[in-house]
Ligand binder design. Structure first.
Ligand code: PHE
Length: 455
């Protein structure tokens, strides 16, 4: 059967728009608040090598699988998998890939929008000069005070969600492509500016050593799990975002080289973020940390001590916000495309409904930091940490595993061969071994180890 060459939702104008869109999805909070720190903690340069190994052996193959499946079907992930199942007479059970991905997208977006809202709040705080010359205690209290105020948090959460929905409602070309065209170059420029600032802050040597000196003693079995989990989350794999974007990719672009470029861009941003952040932290005699503590206490505090700190602080939080919004829009795409296809509904209506749904879900995350801070869903997991755990540690790896197996065993060789431009021969065999054995085993190991609580 002849395949669609266009998606009904629109198409990226060219291959580079696909690269920017997928890189926009990949570059997010994971690059800025997680990667630099886990690198420093798990052996520096040694961890970077480990991480690159995970990207090469698991991340890149699974991303290729998502793109090729999406481009072959040219529908939303759910319907793409459905169509391919019908065409190739494979088990209807594979459609779980699409459903679980859509659900994971809702869950991740619900808390992603809350945290991105914090970054918006901090743009204003930095611009006000609220952190100029303050003490560590002040920075801590300021953050805790903010977390204790659900109304303020909901306000910023609402602003971020509204901006996201406004963009996605306008469609692939007018909405997504326009936003990505502006945000991605802006993000790269801001990053380079901050990198220059970090290099000249006086703490560069220490920051560089923290991230890159080879420290094999700090590499543990757990580091491998962390590297793999990070490779997965940071490349936006396992929930169909990249599959949905792949459906809008021009037919003649090479999947392999495009995916490699995206993975390199994502890694570059993660490394550059670390080299921008840690020198500033060390220059002010502060201790590096990760997550909310790094981003919303240590960094504002460090900027507050620096010349032009307010300005560069604004630049930093604008960077975080841009990175977050280009990830957020990709989290909605599998659901939007599916609902438009299934109900022939107007995209803007569907976007508003999805936005409201995720916004309401996000209230649970907001409350997890104040009124519900002591309410646990299971063991010591609050609403927020529970959603985060289930989506990131269970749904994404499981989704990625199924995607790899689907590409390897449910699709005929001819389909994969023509999408990847691989005929018979050593490269075709290599692909099959990587996507059918190495990547699934890698994901499975991490998945089981995480569930058993080793990671
Ligand atoms: N890759 C994003 C980050 O690093 C998170 C994300 C995961 C986005 C899955 C979309 C899908 O922050």
């Amino acid at each position: 059967m002849a395949q669609n060459t266009e998606s009904r939702h629109g198409m990226w104008s060219n291959r580079w728009m696909f690269v920017l869109a997928a890189a926009g999805s990949a570059v997010g909070l994971g690059n800025i608040w997680k990667f630099p720190y886990i690198t420093g903690e798990n052996g520096g340069g040694a961890f970077v090598l480990l991480y690159l190994g995970c990207v090469a052996l698991v991340g890149i193959p699974i991303m290729m699988a998502e793109v090729l499946i999406g481009r072959e079907g040219r529908y939303s992930p759910i319907n793409t998998v459905r169509v391919l199942i019908q065409q190739h007479k494979s088990s209807p059970a594979w459609v779980i890939i699409g459903w679980m991905g859509m659900l994971a997208g809702f869950l991740i977006l619900s808390y992603y929008a809350v945290i991105a809202g914090w970054a918006l709040h901090y743009i204003v705080q930095m611009a006000n000069g609220s952190f100029d010359g303050v003490t560590a205690e002040f920075a801590n209290d300021a953050f805790n005070g903010f977390l204790a105020d659900p109304w303020k948090m909901v306000m910023w959460h609402t602003i971020f969600m509204t901006a996201t929905i406004f963009i996605v409602a306008r469609g692939v070309t007018k909405g997504l492509e326009t936003a990505i065209r502006w945000f991605m170059p802006a993000l790269l420029i801001l990053l380079v500016v901050l990198l220059g600032y970090g290099v000249n802050s006086g703490g560069f040597e220490q920051g560089f050593a923290f991230m890159f000196s080879f420290n094999w003693e700090s590499v543990t079995a757990e580091s491998v799990l962390i590297a793999m989990g990070q490779a997965f989350f940071t490349l936006s794999l396992g929930m169909g975002a990249i599959m949905a974007y792949g459906a809008y990719m021009p037919s003649n672009a090479s999947i392999t080289s495009t995916v490699v470029i995206i993975a390199l861009l994502d890694t570059f941003v993660a490394l550059a973020a670390g080299l921008a952040i840690f020198p500033i932290v060390f220059a002010n005699g502060l201790e590096p940390s990760q997550g909310p503590g790094l981003m919303f206490v240590t960094i504002p505090l460090a900027f507050g001590q620096m010349p032009l700190g307010a300005l560069f602080g604004v630049i930093f939080f604008a960077l975080v916000s841009f990175a977050a919004i280009t990830s957020a829009i990709s989290l909605t795409e599998p659901a939007l495309a599916y609902l438009v296809e299934e109900y022939n509904a107007k995209r803007s209506r569907v976007a508003i409904s999805v936005g409201i749904f995720c916004w309401v879900l996000g209230i649970g995350t907001v409350l997890s930091f104040n009124h519900w801070a002591e309410k646990y869903i299971v063991s010591d997991l609050t609403f927020f940490t529970f959603i985060d755990y289930v989506s990131q540690n269970i749904m994404l790896p499981l989704g990625g595993l199924l995607i790899a197996l689907f590409a390897a065993y449910a699709l005929p060789k001819t389909v994969v061969g023509s999408q990847l431009g691989l005929r018979e021969g050593p490269l075709a065999v290599l692909w099959k071994v990587v996507i059918g054995v190495i990547a699934p085993l890698g994901v499975l190991t991490v998945f089981i180890a995480t569930i058993l609580g080793l990671g």
